[in-house]
Design a protein around this ligand. Structure first.
Ligand code: ADP
Length: 526
């Protein structure tokens, strides 16, 4: 069997895989953006802001030192100013070193080229300022020594040089702080821009993912819908509905399952019908066996007394004739006794025929010829009943394999039933049409005899029970004729069924007796 075009697993798993992939992509992308934003924020907070604060300290310190220097030469309380200058000088390089540590930490963390360049530049500037501070140390010492000597003019010149140098460092620090603050501003603007962009893209990606989810759910429902139909069908089958139902072409495993299920139901139905047939046959056989036992009993108990009664009645009739009373009441009664005895004898014969139907001895027979012979045999009774007999033969009817005497018996039953049906209904134009034709049955070649009459046709009750043993609607019927005829047909591998006769054939009942032709058996020349 060819694989279905799209498997349920592929469709459902594929749909969910796309969904998971979409969600993973959205989540991964947004995580990465968040990570970057967090890193930039940390750099701004722990790096640039700390650095500007520390450098701001150093700059304030430098400004203070310049102010103290400016006033140092003219100061009356020179001791206190010198103490301030010394303590400020000592602490400023330590503050600068702390600021450079922050720069190095930030460098280790910075990923962007801009940040790295700015931090490296800052480090270089701080290093240069530190060197200036270091270089200034001997100048401070010399200034203080000059002041201690009381050389105010030389001290003023030295002070001016130092103030100039200190102002230069202060200016460089201010530039560096501005550059760092500018970078913080850039980072904060970028992070705001990033936040808005991330929000827009996240909303868009979420909408796409939701759309995919909805489509996958709709698809999954469409794929799984036939399961409900399959369940209903299974319930119907469980209730006994074994009829065939057409299913659409399989698109996936569920479609395949539905088709396989229908095939299985078909097989179960066929098996069911076969079982039913077998059961029917068994029941028929059991009934026939019962009739057989009864017939043997009847034969034993009734048949022998009947023949001596028939003999005695005949002798009694002869006696009355000899006494010259052929038309007397006694003679009429003897006739009536003889008729009843005949009928009873016929009945026992019929029972025996049904009960002891031997296996047919099959040989090649010309069905049309056999039908013609049998019709000659019943011609007299048909004429008496006023029945017009029409015989039709199709050319090229194949020979059948049949037991001649059993077939005659079957035909006689059908002809007599037709006559009796027309007699009982007081048919205006009694007519028996017997047609012999080539006919196929259940894919097998064969020939059929169709016996149609102009009687009342079959009642629904008769149609239902026609072939049942003992079913009869006639006052003096036995209900054995059609049972025997069907047994004969079945034993020949053939079939017998009833239908409505065509209007041209009388419009009454039509019995079709079909017999198979032997394989390779050719058509009989007309
Ligand atoms: P019997 O003739 O003893 O009744 P059969 O088995 O031959 O038994 O027939 C059974 C019943 O089938 C008949 O009683 C009759 O009701 C019905 N039947 C048979 N042949 C015909 C026919 N040609 N037209 C109408 N009914 C028929």
């Amino acid at each position: 069997m060819s694989r279905p075009t799209r498997s349920v697993r592929t469709q459902v798993v594929g749909g969910f895989a796309v969904l998971i992939a979409a969600f993973t992509a959205v989540a991964g992308w947004s995580l990465q953006r968040q990570q970057r934003a967090v890193q930039e924020l940390r750099l701004a907070n722990e790096g640039y802001l700390q650095l500007t604060a520390k450098l701001g300290d150093v700059r304030v310190n430098a400004g203070l030192l310049t102010a103290l220097l400016d006033r140092l030469v003219d100061e009356r309380d020179r001791e206190a100013s010198q103490a301030w200058i010394t303590s400020t000088r000592r602490s400023r390089r330590g503050r600068l070193a702390a600021a450079r540590q922050v720069v190095r930490r930030s460098l280790a963390r910075a990923e962007g080229v801009e940040d790295r360049r700015l931090l490296e530049q800052t480090d270089r500037t701080l290093l240069a300022i530190d060197r200036t501070f270091a270089d200034d140390e001997p100048r401070f010492d010399a200034l203080l020594a000059t002041l201690a000597r009381g050389d105010a003019a030389a001290a003023a010149t030295m002070k001016d040089d130092l103030v100039h140098l200190e102002e230069g460092s202060e200016e460089r620090l201010s530039r560096t702080i501005r550059a760092l603050q500018g970078r913080v501003q850039v980072l904060s603007d970028g992070s705001e821009r990033e936040r808005r962009q991330t929000l827009r893209l996240t909303l868009f990606a979420t909408a796409v993912a939701v759309l995919l989810g909805v489509l996958t759910t709709i698809r999954a429902r469409r794929v799984l819908d036939p399961l409900a139909r399959l369940r209903d069908r299974a319930q119907a089958v469980a209730r006994g509905d074994l009829g065939t139902v057409s299913v659409p072409a399989a698109e996936d495993e569920i479609g395949e399952l539905a088709q396989e299920f229908e095939r299985m139901v078909g097989a179960v139905g066929a098996r069911d019908a076969a079982l039913h047939d077998a059961n029917e046959k068994r029941l028929r056989a059991e009934r026939l066996a019962a009739v057989g036992r009864m017939a043997a009993h009847v034969t034993h108990e009734v048949r022998n007394p009947l023949s001596s009664m028939a003999l005695n009645a005949e002798m009694l009739g002869d006696e009355l004739d000899a006494m010259g009373e052929p038309g007397s009441e006694a003679r009429r009664l003897v006739h009536s006794i003889q008729r009843e005895i005949d009928r009873l004898a016929n009945l026992t014969e019929e029972y025996l025929r049904v009960a002891r139907l031997p296996s047919p001895r099959l040989q090649r027979e010309d069905l049309a010829g056999l039908v013609a012979d049998t019709l000659v045999f019943v011609a007299q009774e048909m004429a008496v009943a006023g029945v017009a007999v029409v015989r039709e033969e199709q050319a090229g009817v194949p020979a059948v394999r049949a037991d001649e005497s059993q077939l005659r018996q079957a035909l006689l039953n059908l002809f007599r039933n037709a006559r009796e049906a027309m007699e009982s209904s007081s048919c205006a134009t009694p007519r028996l049409v017997v047609r012999v034709e080539a006919r196929e049955f259940e894919g097998r070649r064969g020939a059929a005899v169709c016996v149609s009459d102009a009687g009342p046709g079959l009642t629904p009750e008769a149609t239902e029970h026609l072939f049942e043993l003992f079913f009869t609607t006639k006052a003096r019927g036995s209900g054995l004729g059609l049972t025997l005829t069907r047994e004969i047909a079945t034993a020949h591998g053939g079939a017998l069924w009833a239908q409505r006769a065509a209007a041209v054939d009388g419009g009454g009942a039509c019995f079709v007796l079909w017999l198979p032709t032997a394989d390779g058996e050719g058509a009989i020349d007309a």
